[in-house]
Write a protein that binds this ligand. Structure first.
Ligand code: CU
Length: 380
């Protein structure tokens, strides 16, 4: 038998294999969440039912108002939950088409460079698309630009972002940037299929911010894939570092149909996810780790997209030199082991890699780490 206390280096490889195996186990039992939902007395009998599985729900009763928040222009927004061919899942439009030919790709975690000139122009499309989140799992996703999460945006305090969203999808969508101070009734309004919305904003604070579709019910739109990170660097650069972006999210999935698994609104309400991931694929950085060099300062811009759970961020075998709770370089905490990023929040985690090895980075809420919120940082 191996002494697990005294052989750290070879053990690291065993540990990585163990973690990969543990994650694979989770991937191999997709029915667990579905079975629990089926035990719930409020669970609808099938995915084609109306919002709450009863005829009354379709006509709008008192109970409907309890669970379904409405925004100011929600008449169209909530249409997806009022029956129709797909009921309360994300199996709409083109979300389920071409699943077999959808290939897996590792989501690049590197922070992209700043746009020159102080103006970042983005024109994105909201669209439904199948996204392969694991070898055996394709999600019928609602997306920004065809992926989950959407693209990483990088800008700077005082620079300007000019953003246009065109909706290619069958139901209304919108965009809400947490890095903006702007009238949400105008800028974050929902647009119907074929329509666009454009707005400009100038970020006032540095930090790791979430963006997401704000169309009601927001839970359904974030839970189906419409979220991402906008990273705002300060005017005065932070200490030089290898910079990475991690967006944590939960997946709540129905059983597979025609090769895809739709996001399930009732499961989102029950807040018991099937998978939790960094950058949209459970355990992807266990299979293909992040590599840095000994002596590097590493900076993780961590956004917790939820929709409902925090990320209790921790790096095994390391300590954070600095955690910036908001507006770096302000609000630094020194020598931190774990810090919780709330859903809808973002924080900045610096560590100095002066020891070589393989360091798992995890959600230390291990029920969620085990479901895929885990990766490996290799210091060479
Ligand atoms: Cu949306």
């Amino acid at each position: 038998m191996t002494d697990h206390i005294s052989v750290p280096l070879s053990e690291l490889h065993d540990r990585r294999r163990f973690l990969a195996r543990a994650s694979a186990l989770t991937l191999a039992i997709p029915g667990v969440g579905a079975a629990l939902t089926a035990c719930s007395p409020s669970a609808p009998p099938s995915h084609t039912d109306t919002a709450h599985g009863t005829p009354q729900a379709a006509t709008g009763g008192a109970a409907q108002g309890v669970n379904q928040p409405h925004n100011s222009d929600s008449r169209l927004d909530s249409a997806v939950l009022k029956g129709g061919p797909h009921g309360h899942t994300s199996a709409t439009g083109t979300a389920t088409q071409g699943a077999q030919s959808t290939t897996f790709h590792r989501f690049a975690p590197e922070l992209p460079p700043l746009a020159p000139g102080g103006l970042l122009r983005l024109h994105w499309h909201a669209r439904e698309a199948p996204v392969r989140i694991a070898d055996d799992t394709v999600v019928a996703a609602w997306t920004f630009e065809g992926d989950v999460p959407g693209p990483i945006v990088h800008t700077r305090v005082g620079d300007t972002v000019e953003f246009t969203l065109t909706n290619d999808a069958v139901i209304p969508h919108s965009m809400d940037f947490h890095a903006a101070q702007i009238n949400p009734q105008v800028a974050f309004r929902s647009v119907a299929k074929g329509q666009s919305v454009t707005f400009r904003f100038t970020p006032k604070y540095a930090g790791a911010f979430m963006y997401h579709c704000g169309t009601a019910p927001v839970l359904m739109h974030i839970g189906s894939g419409m979220f991402g990170a906008i990273i705002v660097s300060p005017r005065e650069p932070l200490p030089a570092a290898r910079e990475f972006v991690l967006v944590q999210n939960e997946f709540y999935l129905a059983d597979a149909a025609n090769g895809t698994r739709a996001s399930d609104y009732q499961k989102m309400l029950n807040t018991l996810p099937d998978f939790v991931s960094f950058n949209g694929r459970p355990s992807q950085y266990v299979k293909e780790p992040i590599h840095v060099k000994r002596g590097d300062r590493v900076r993780f811009w961590v956004v917790s997209a939820g929709p409902s759970h925090p990320c209790n961020f921790h790096v095994v075998g390391e300590q954070f030199d600095t955690v910036y709770l908001g507006a770096p370089p302000g609000t630094p905490l020194r020598g931190v082991q774990t810090f919780s990023v709330p859903p809808g929040g973002g924080m900045v985690f610096d560590l100095v890699c002066d020891v070589a090895g393989e360091f798992p980075f995890v959600n230390h809420g291990f029920g969620h780490g085990q479901k895929g919120a885990i990766g490996i940082l290799i210091v060479e």
